[in-house]
Design a protein around this ligand. Structure first.
Ligand code: NDP
Length: 269
């Protein structure tokens, strides 16, 4: 658990993650490990911000001299709106997770960070089933569509999946009535079900053992989704890989220095 500051009580520092809740975030530990590894004199802290107060909080941190901020749930959209220069990918994803406060610029490192974690993974097909239709599903769908994946989407509230598929101009037939993984080389759980320690209603007996089950969530124990996938003999990956890659890309964008990925990954173990 982090020491968490309310934004009005933020200490002098260089970088921060803002969210609500934010006490569980591993970003302070990961970025601090990177600074320590390279001997950089920076401080990275966790700051809680209420929904609707993101602009005021960012103005405050900017005035205090903060260089950059990572925005996490539920602030990625408000963070995007605060910026004057928005990367096209962040605009399309309607989510900015990395901001340069002094230049009021933002990018989205979730989508490229996610793709980076798939490099070198042997997937049995380029068909992907995405579970969930929230903000991170949007980023993952944009990332995978850009790489030519054939996409399927399932969400417990079907209308949200339909809206998202339409917004992203995905082909008809993308939205499924049930979470059927037939033919999928990759299944990505972007839902918050794991956060609530709940199972997602996947038709498990139609999944191939060569399929990669990927949960954006991470916890000390495997999430219910990954525990079930592992028990079926499937490949598994949790959200720490993506957390590290999106953090490494943010570090590089802020500092212009190659990120010490090994030190950052070790800090997450
Ligand atoms: P959103 O709130 O935008 O979306 C949540 C989605 O989860 C919705 O589709 C919702 O369905 C679904 N959902 C919630 N509870 C359940 C449940 N019990 N069973 C089935 N579906 C459920 O969240 P985000 O997309 O922003 O984030 C989702 C998760 O991804 C979070 O846990 C977050 O921590 C994680 N994440 C991890 C990252 C990393 O670096 N590892 C990066 C970004 C996110 P409905 O529409 O029906 O409500």
């Amino acid at each position: 658990m982090n020491l968490v500051y309310e934004w009005r009580d933020a200490p002098q520092a260089d970088f921060a993650v803002i969210g609500d809740p934010v006490s569980h975030s591993l970003s302070p530990r990961m970025h601090s490990a990177a600074y320590e590894c390279l001997g950089l004199p920076y401080h990275y802290v966790a700051i809680r911000v209420d929904k609707g107060e993101v602009s005021r909080a960012l103005e405050h941190l900017k005035a205090m001299g903060y260089k950059g901020v990572n925005a996490t749930v539920p602030h990625k959209e408000e963070a995007l709106e605060w910026c004057e220069i928005q990367e096209p990918l962040a605009l399309r994803a309607r989510a900015a997770n990395t901001l340069n406060l002094q230049s009021r610029t933002c990018i989205n490192t979730d989508a490229p960070g996610f793709l980076a974690t798939l490099k070198g993974v042997d997937l049995p097909s380029n068909s992907a089933l995405i579970l969930g239709a929230g903000g991170s599903a949007r980023s993952i769908l944009i990332a995978l569509a850009g790489e030519g994946y054939e996409l399927k989407l399932f969400n417990r509230t079907r209308s949200k999946a339909i809206d998202l598929a339409q917004e992203l101009e995905l082909p008809s037939g993308t939205v499924l009535d049930q979470a059927d993984p037939s033919g999928a080389g990759l299944i990505v759980n972007t839902t918050s079900a794991s956060l609530q320690k709940e199972h997602v209603p996947l038709v498990w007996d139609r999944a191939s053992t060569r399929t990669l089950a990927y949960d954006l969530m991470y916890a000390k124990e495997p999430t219910p989704f990954l525990a079930k996938a592992a028990s079926m003999g499937m490949q598994t990956l949790d959200g720490r890989a993506m957390l590290m890659e999106q953090g490494a890309l943010a570090f590089e964008w802020w500092t212009g220095i190659p990120a010490p990925r090994r030190a950052m990954a070790e800090a997450l173990q």
